[in-house]
Write a protein that binds this ligand. Structure first.
Ligand code: C2E
Ligand code: MG
Ligand code: MG
Ligand code: MG
Length: 277
């Protein structure tokens, strides 16, 4: 809707705005081609527990270009959401992650690992979202308890009751839910009590600023105690330094994700990664 209006009013834009619109249009066309050509890749970033043992991975989308460069998800996910491409792309991510879980499940050494998949608001609110997740899990024959779906506050805010209904339908299968980027949105704490999340992820901005900035440290401590009071597991994102891990661990953080433990890796590299640790 807003998009169509935008198209009709392009002639009122100034040249700089026009350039941005053109760049977006080109990116959108290339995204369409990339979808058709199956050119997206899924990387996996390790998550570890308090003892540093790998417990699973977050699946992160990558768009490699011909020269070897990657378009950042920060750039193309919002565009994929605006254009609706996210629905197809999101389903591909889910299928690919479930296929990987099925492979891990066949091996004694890796069968305990879980995979977290990011789900965008627009994808989550598709009428057939719950059915498509159920179908995907069934087709891959995976243990649904190893699949975790990450939602952000923007997914929840549009319709809390419907969000709860959908989450409960999938939780009944054993699928777990994480609230991603916690602390960056606007959702009130009362939602947290009502929504059936299993896990909160502390946004990396707070972890990064913890040491220099007292209010970030206070926010991290508040998230940890609040989550534990509500019976939620806490994962810290963006852990890059041992001091950050130590501080978080000292205050009860359950799991950790960040360059300190591993960058997002293509699945081909995971065999070696698991050997190494
Ligand atoms: P996110 O879900 O919060 O993912 C964590 C981001 O933090 C990832 O960025 C990851 O590479 C980055 N990261 C992890 N550890 C560190 C660290 O120690 N230092 C720093 N500086 N960064 C770290 P990435 O892969 O660029 O993804 C950005 C965002 O794009 C994700 O944030 C997520 O919101 C979105 N995204 C990625 N893949 C998907 C997908 O398959 N579907 C959807 N809907 N969104 C996705
Ligand atoms: Mg995430
Ligand atoms: Mg996050
Ligand atoms: Mg983030």
């Amino acid at each position: 809707r807003a998009k169509q209006e935008g198209r009709d009013t392009l002639r009122f834009f100034n040249p700089e705005m026009q350039a941005v619109v053109d760049a977006h249009a080109r990116l959108e066309a290339r995204m369409h081609e990339a979808l058709e050509a199956n050119a997206f890749r899924l990387f996996f970033q390790p998550q570890v527990n308090r003892r540093g043992v790998v417990i699973g991975a977050e699946a992160l989308l990558r768009w490699p270009l011909d020269g070897g460069a990657m378009v950042s998800p920060a750039e193309f996910i919002p565009l994929a959401e605006d254009t609706g491409h996210i629905v197809r792309l999101g389903l591909w991510v889910l299928r690919t992650a479930c296929a990987q879980l099925a492979r891990w499940q066949m091996n004694e050494r890796t069968r305990h690992l879980k995979i977290a998949v990011n789900v965008s608001a627009r994808q989550f609110h598709q009428p057939d979202f719950v059915a498509s997740v159920k179908d995907t899990v069934r087709a891959a024959a995976i243990d649904p308890g190893r699949l975790e779906l990450e939602l952000t506050e923007s997914a929840i805010l549009s319709d809390v009751d419907e969000t709860i209904r959908r989450m409960n339908e999938l939780r009944a299968l054993g699928i777990r839910f994480a609230l991603d980027d916690f602390g960056t949105g606007y959702s009130s704490l009362s939602y947290l009590k009502r929504l059936p999340f299993d896990q909160l992820k502390i946004d990396q901005s707070f972890v990064r600023d913890m040491a220099e900035d007292e209010s970030s440290e206070a926010i991290v401590l508040a998230i940890l105690s609040l989550s534990h009071a509500l019976g939620l597991e806490v994962v810290a994102e963006g852990v890059e330094m041992p001091e950050q891990r130590d501080f978080l661990r000292q205050h009860g953080c359950d799991a950790y994700q960040g360059y300190l433990f591993g960058k997002p890796l293509p699945m081909e590299a995971w065999g070696d990664f698991l050997e190494m640790i």
